[in-house]
Write a protein that binds this ligand. Sequence first.
Ligand SMILES: O=C(CO)[C@@H](O)[C@H](O)COP(=O)(O)O
Ligand SMILES: [Co+2]
Length: 219
Amino acid sequence: MQISPSILSADFANLERELRRISNADWAHVDVMDGHFVPNLTLGLPVVEALAKVSPIPLDCHLMIDDPDRWAPQYAEAGGSSVTFHIEAAGDPRRVARDLRAAGARAGMAIKPGTAFAPYADLLPDLDMVLVMTVEPGFGGQSFMADQMPKVREVREAVRRHGGDIWVQVDGGVSADTIEQCAEAGADVFVAGSAVYGAQDAAAAVEELRALATAHRHG
Ligand SMILES: O=C(CO)[C@@H](O)[C@H](O)COP(=O)(O)O
Ligand SMILES: [Co+2]
């Protein structure tokens, strides 16, 4: 069970210090938004490159951008150890996933709340992670969408049938109040922004989330 705090809720003026606050986490989740795929703009390649140089933990880049076919592999080259693209934005998703792996990253595919998983299940052999969004992408601090839990179960079941080391990530509104149902549904990587960076002791919040997820592990 892995915790990936989202630095979207961190102090952008002190990102190196903010990464150190979560050095006990498994990943640092970096939300890349381009102002087109989502109505918000955050950071891009130069910042990811700078973060990769100072981060005590690997970067989990979540690309909420148009044209991942062109850009995604560059995030792997910039230092993203895991790079997740949105299926809704990809022209040739299998190619994107293969390019990510060729660039040395784990390849993730993200699905918005209104997008079904089934049409993309045949991409699993080329993926290392499926991200089920539990909010509409674009902003931190939104309410958790419990109605996405059947999709998490569906993805977990497809991964079980397929075999291999494919992770199931949830992102959006994940907190001590909502992480248990995510774990029970089959998620094993948990993104949490406001629940971690909004806490006085971010490292303690990471430990609490990991303990809750582990106690409610699927199956
Ligand atoms: O990708 C996104 C939002 O689009 C997330 O990674 C959020 O940044 C998570 O923040 P919280 O919902 O946990 O506050
Ligand atoms: Co995210």
